[in-house]
Each structure stands twice: as C-alpha cells, then as structure tokens.
Design a protein around this ligand. Structure first.
Ligand code: HGY
Ligand code: MN
Ligand code: MN
Length: 408
C-alpha cells in the first residue's frame, strides 16, 4: 500500500464518519447553520488540528485551517442536499487536509458552510462571503420552518452583521477537488480529470396563485387550479431544455394541500444551466413568458422571483496547465471536461484564479446515497494534488520567510 493509498483510506473512513452526522436519521441531510453541520465542523476541525493547521470560523460559519502565511486556498463544502451522498463536498475538504499536512509550504483549507443552498435556496453562501459577493438581502430569507437566515446564523455562532469581514483578498489561487458527479471519467476509464470551466446557473422561485375551492362542487370550467397551471408549465420547462441546456423543477409546494380541495397556490423551484450565459438567460426569459402565458390562460397569477444567477466560469489556464502536468506526471491519461455541476470554485473565481480536479464516481451518480468512489481513485487525486502543490507552491512568494513549511 502506497502512502497515498493509506491517506486515501483515511479520507474515506472520515467520509463515512461524517455521513453519520445528519439532520434526518436514516439518510444524510446536512443543511447550512444546523446542529448537524456544527457537529461535522467539529469533527473536521479536529482532523485539521491533527494535520498541524490552526483553525478558526469566519462570520458566515466557514471553517478555516491554515499553517503559516498561506496564499493558496484548498477546499470544498460540508453541507449536503437532502438524502445526499457522502462524497459531494466532503471528499474535497478531506483530500485538502491530507494534502495540506504534507505540503512543502503553507496552504490554507476551507470547509464551506453552505454550497448547495438546500436550506435557503441560494447556493454558495460560504464562498460568496469569501468572494465579497454575499447579498445582505439573503439574510432575510426564511427556511421551510420560517427561520430567517440571520437568526439561524446567529444561533450557529456566526455574525450576520460581520459577513463583510469574511472577504478574502490577495489569494493567489483556489483549488478544489470534487467528485465528477457525471459519467465522463468512468466512460474514459481514468481516475481523475481536469476541469476547464464550470457552467453558469440560474435559480428561480415561481409562484402560481389561483383559487382554492371545494373539489366536489366547483365546476371544472370555473376553476383557477394553481397545480394544473404549474403542471402545464413544468412540461414546458422540460420541452425547452434542448441543445445542451438543462432545466429542473426540483421543489414543489402545494397549498392548502388536501385531496378534496382545488389547489389555490403552488410554489416551484427552477434550476437552469448551460455553458453559455446568453443561452441560459434567453431560456429563462422564455420560460418566464411561458409561465405568464399559461397563468393568463387559466386566470392564475404568476410571480417569478430570480433567486440567484451565477455566470459560467473559466478555470485559470495557468493553474489548470499545472494541474494537467501533475496528472500526466502521476502517470494518468489527461482528460479535461466542463462541469455541469456548480462548485464553490465558480464563486471563488471572483477573487482568485481557480482550478478543479475531478475524481471518478461510480455511474456518475451524485446527490443520492448511491454516490461512491474507489479508494485507488482518491489515492490518485491525493498524489496529483501533492505533485501540483510541490510545483505551484514554489511559485507562490512567501510573504513571511519565517513561515517556510515543513520539508517532505
Ligand atoms: O447544484 C450543484 O450543481 C452543486 O451540486 N451544488
Ligand atoms: Mn452538490
Ligand atoms: Mn458539491
């Protein structure tokens, strides 16, 4: 067993341990600013300290570990979707800690407090704070239980009034390891791949407001059924998703929600993605028009709220070339790809050059408990990251010579 194999085994054991820290017994759900996220952060903080990192939390709840005056940041996220897999986010954080422990010069590791947006609908809360892109209006958003983000963050130990202090300038690079969440690496039979760009995404909330009524007495021609209008639009969303564009309605709430009541109000989520921003924006405009046309025909009011739009991001050619060289030096064929999934690197690109290394995952399955990786592929990622750091870090000027990192 190689050194990287042993470290990969530890990373997977730790993913298993974190998978037990959930809000929902029997499945993995760990949302922003919840006790489950705090428990996961405490475990990760212990592993950071074992790796020789000094730890702290910033105002939005991100966990940060650093050794010396680091200008290169590694990381990923600790929050999850509902009924999640155990590697989306967590693998990147734990591989980063494994690499930071051996890095020839100081690096910093961040475990972001929210990337998925599961609790408040807005993705990248953690990295948006570091990138100076946190919108204070998000603090007023309420979760399904009516808890405002600001209150949840305060309860979590964060400081909603000080989120501006989390901004990080002067970073020379942000590098993220993440499972691919797609089938390309498995199809090409390679353990790792280098990301060239991350597709942009638009998230919206679409409300259909009609009239509730008695299911037995309101004649069909007199109904303003919000759910039928929403259903017609959902089919139109699917029909519009062509030419590489993907569009998803993942959440639906129906009110009042009784079998013998005509639905009066439906709230849907919308997630639209494409590698070209203009294509995504045009599709969103057309889908909004279509919702309003369906609403008008059915005498149902439609309210469209764009929750968040993030542009397509190109990874740093310089960093990506160094990552590609490390993949080749490690003896693997080089596969480059575009990420359809969003990542914190997309937000961090606002303040630093970014690069991403993908790890093969079985069947490309993600956002599902069946998510899985092979230990040898994780070992390959650790080996590549070690090689990458040993070249790139020597290009990073040490601002404090006394902080020279440990030698190998
Ligand atoms: O939704 C995404 O693309 C990512 O998994 N947050
Ligand atoms: Mn995810
Ligand atoms: Mn992720």
């Amino acid at each position: 067993m190689t050194d990287a194999d042993a470290r990969a085994r530890t990373v997977l054991e730790r993913c298993d341990a974190l998978a037990q820290l959930t809000e929902e017994p029997g499945r993995l759900t760990r949302r922003f600013a919840t006790p489950a996220l705090r428990a996961a952060g405490e475990r990760v903080e212990g592993w950071m300290r074992e790796a020789g990192l000094q730890t702290r939390r910033d105002a939005v709840g991100n966990l940060i570990g650093r050794r010396g005056d680091a200008a290169l940041l590694l990381g990923s996220h600790l929050d999850t979707v509902r009924d999640a897999g155990r590697y989306d986010g967590m693998l990147g954080v734990l591989v980063a800690i494994a690499a930071a422990e051996r890095a020839p010069r100081p690096v910093e590791v961040v475990a972001f407090a929210d990337e998925e947006g599961t609790r408040y609908g807005t993705a990248y809360l953690g990295s948006a704070a570091l990138a100076g892109r946190f919108d204070p209006a998000w603090l007023e958003r309420r979760d399904a239980d009516g808890v405002a983000m600001a209150d949840a963050l305060r309860e979590f130990g964060g400081d909603p009034e000080a989120i501006g202090s989390a901004r990080r300038d002067g970073l020379l690079a942000y590098v993220e390891v993440h499972i691919e969440q797609g089938p390309v690496l498995e199809d090409r039979d390679v353990p790792v791949g280098v990301v060239e760009a991350i597709a942009g995404q638009t998230r919206a909330q679409v409300t259909f407001a009609g009239a509730a009524g008695h299911a037995g007495t309101v004649p069909m021609e007199m109904r303003r059924d919000a759910l039928v209008a929403a259903a017609e639009w959902i089919v139109a969303v699917e029909a519009r998703a062509t030419g590489g564009l993907v569009a998803t309605v993942g959440e639906a709430s129906v009110a009042p929600g009784a079998s013998n009541v005509v639905p009066g109000r439906v709230v849907l989520s919308l997630d639209v993605r494409h590698g070209e921003d203009a294509v995504r924006e045009t599709a969103c405009a057309e889908l909004r028009e279509r919702a309003e046309a369906i609403g008008a025909a059915r005498r149902v009011d439609v309210v469209w709220e764009e929750v968040q739009a993030t542009p397509t991001v190109t990874c740093s050619p310089d960093l990506t070339a160094s990552l590609a060289a490390a993949v080749t030096a490690a003896g693997h064929p080089l596969v480059t790809l575009i990420s359809g999934a969003g990542h914190d690197a997309a937000m961090m690109a606002e303040v630093a050059p970014v690069a991403m290394l993908f790890v093969r995952c079985a069947g490309g399955v993600s956002h599902d408990p069946a998510e899985s990786v092979e230990v040898q592929d994780v070992a390959a990622a650790i080996d590549v990251l070690d090689r990458f750091l040993s070249t790139v870090l020597y290009r990073v000027p040490i601002r404090d010579p006394g902080q020279e990192g440990r030698s190998e």
